[in-house]
Write a protein that binds this ligand. Structure first.
Ligand code: GDP
Length: 526
């Protein structure tokens, strides 16, 4: 591709994540979007907890059994002249680390809120990560087919709890049993709701005074009159529509609708695609930026996952393409090791069918079959001058377990499993300084359960886990370390790179240590 063609391709990419508190409707809305893209043909195939069909995005058995989304997956499809990359993020709080890294690989986010519940804890956390990155955030107030909270209340809460300005793109006419439609401010029309929801929604155009054209029933509808009053209020006292503020994430366009009955979802998605950004430049560790239409190919690994599909016993490194063009079989440099690699075994993500990808441009996600070359955060690039993208956030584990193989004869599969799962970044591995015991650290308890489950299912290795409970991890300068500093209130361990750290019982134990060794430097993160 020449630069002109590359620019054109880049401009069609929309790469985003859908974030929400569990149960707000993320999976249901994802499914509707896949329907629009022709990826699935009938509703209920993405996550059929009731029908027994499981989500295309829910690859792993444990997800199916528990009905939660554990890992981020990627779905790509074409819609409305755009190539869409949706990066799924697990909503469960225990998987926040994986989620955070995924959010580093997107250009915008869709935040789904249950309109009966408003802002929930996980929404807030995820929103803050997106805000920190300064990416545009679009809000979908879901479940309008059910009785929810007053829309004005929801907008107030959104603004005050999240500290963001909101611009309602539409406004409900009634709600739940009395839902008559939505007043679409953006397209200046009313989308009528059919309680049978067996037909495409009927559109009523509005005149300059917001009166319906050729729709006497709607003109006389009391709920519509009340909505008109709310619109007047929003026009006068609400935030103005401001594209620049949307682009920086300071203003979130808000859409009301219902994912389950597919009401307002298409209108939302069309407007979203208009304002969501194409891939933007990425910062490097050195403080430079790499433009998407640069000649040279570059990208970074934001996730590594083993055995996504039991039929393919392999490991995949997920790469967000940041610039240039990926071509199958190309040679790239891996920044960390300075090694050259040939990218011949590559996959893209059309839900769980793996199509063999030939080219990809900025914004696209490609999956590299990995035999142990990659780590999370790795940068790959072509050309001479080295490129290293900004480091991905790392979270210090707070929960620890001691782990061992139940069957001592099966050490080989035990080590292989630990090695691979640790490399994925889902869990941290430490070894105790003196006894070489394996100690695992995680941000949440569920990560241990998934680890145990996967060890047994994927590596045929039953493990014993002895909980060490909550601990405070602090790294120590190796030159200052004296093994005598280890006591009954702390545990001296090494991380994977061999750096020493203490796991303190509690704040008290940490303070006691600091008092005893005032000159010793302890750090919370490495
Ligand atoms: P997730 O945990 O955010 O992925 O949520 P799901 O998409 O799995 O939805 C959680 C529950 O809410 C499911 O029982 C859905 O059927 C239901 N749900 C999702 N969207 C809607 C909606 O628009 N209206 C109603 N009434 N229920 C919905």
């Amino acid at each position: 591709m020449n630069t002109q063609q590359l620019k054109k391709e880049d401009s069609t990419r929309r790469t985003f994540a859908i974030i929400s508190h569990p149960d707000a409707g993320k999976t249901t809305i994802t499914e509707q979007l896949l329907l629009f893209g022709g990826v699935v043909r009938t509703a209920g195939t993405v996550k059929g907890r009731k029908t027994g069909n499981f989500a295309k995005s829910d690859w792993m058995e444990i997800e199916q059994k528990r009905g939660i989304s554990v890992t981020s997956s990627v779905m790509q499809f074409d819609y409305g002249g755009k190539r869409i990359n949706i990066l799924d993020t697990p909503g469960h709080e225990d998987f926040s680390e994986d989620t955070y890294r995924t959010l580093m690989a997107v250009d915008s986010a869709v935040m789904v809120i249950d309109s009966a519940k408003g802002i929930e804890p996980q929404t807030k956390k995820l929103f803050q990560i997106c805000k920190m990155r300064g990416i545009p955030i679009f809000t979908f107030m879901n479940k309008l087919d059910r009785d929810g909270r007053d829309p004005m209340d929801l907008i107030d809460e959104l603004e005050s709890v999240l500290g963001v300005q909101a611009y309602p793109m539409n406004w409900p006419i009634g709600m739940g049993k009395t839902l008559d439609g939505i007043f679409d401010r953006y397209n200046h029309q009313v989308e009528l709701y059919s309680h049978e929801h067996d037909q495409d929604s009927t559109i009523v155009k509005l005149d300059d005074d917001n009166n319906p054209i050729d729709a006497p029933d709607l003109a006389e509808n009391d709920q519509f009159q009340a909505t008109k009053d709310s619109i007047d209020l929003l026009d006068m006292a609400g935030n103005p529509f401001d594209e620049a503020k949307i682009a920086t994430g300071d203003l979130t366009p808000v859409f009301f609708g219902s994912a389950l009955v597919n009401f307002g979802v298409k209108t939302f998605f069309d407007a979203y695609l208009k304002y969501a950004p194409a891939p933007s430049a990425h910062k490097t560790e050195e403080g430079n930026v790499v433009e998407p239409d640069a000649d040279r190919f570059s990208g970074f690994v934001f996730k590594i996952q083993a055995n996504m599909n039991p039929n393919h016993r392999d490991r995949i490194a997920f790469v967000r393409v940041c610039s240039g063009e990926f071509e199958k079989g190309m040679d790239v440099n891996l920044f960390r090791t300075k090694k050259k690699l040939r990218l011949s075994n590559v996959t893209e993500f059309m839900a769980n069918t793996r199509e063999n990808v030939k080219t990809a441009v900025a914004g696209d996600i490609i999956g590299l079959y990995d035999t142990g070359n990659f780590q999370i955060g790795d940068t790959i690039y072509t050309g001479k001058a080295p490129v290293e993208f900004e480091k991905l956030p790392q979270f210090t584990p707070e929960l620890f377990v001691r782990v061992s193989a139940k069957n001592v004869m099966k050490q080989k599969s035990f080590h292989k499993g630990i090695d691979q799962l640790v490399q994925e970044g889902a869990i941290q591995l430490y070894t105790s300084y003196t006894t070489n015991d394996y100690i695992l650290g995680a941000v949440g308890q569920l990560q241990f359960e998934v680890f145990q489950f996967r060890m047994q299912n994927e590596y045929n290795s039953e493990v014993n886990m002895e909980s060490l409970g909550h601990k405070i991890a602090r790294w120590i300068d190796p030159d200052q370390l004296d093994e005598k500093m280890s006591s009954s209130r702390n545990l001296l361990v090494k991380d994977r790179a061999g750096n020493p750290l203490f796991l303190f019982e509690n704040e008290f134990a940490l303070r006691w240590f600091k008092d005893k060794y005032p000159d010793v430097q302890l750090t919370a993160k490495l």
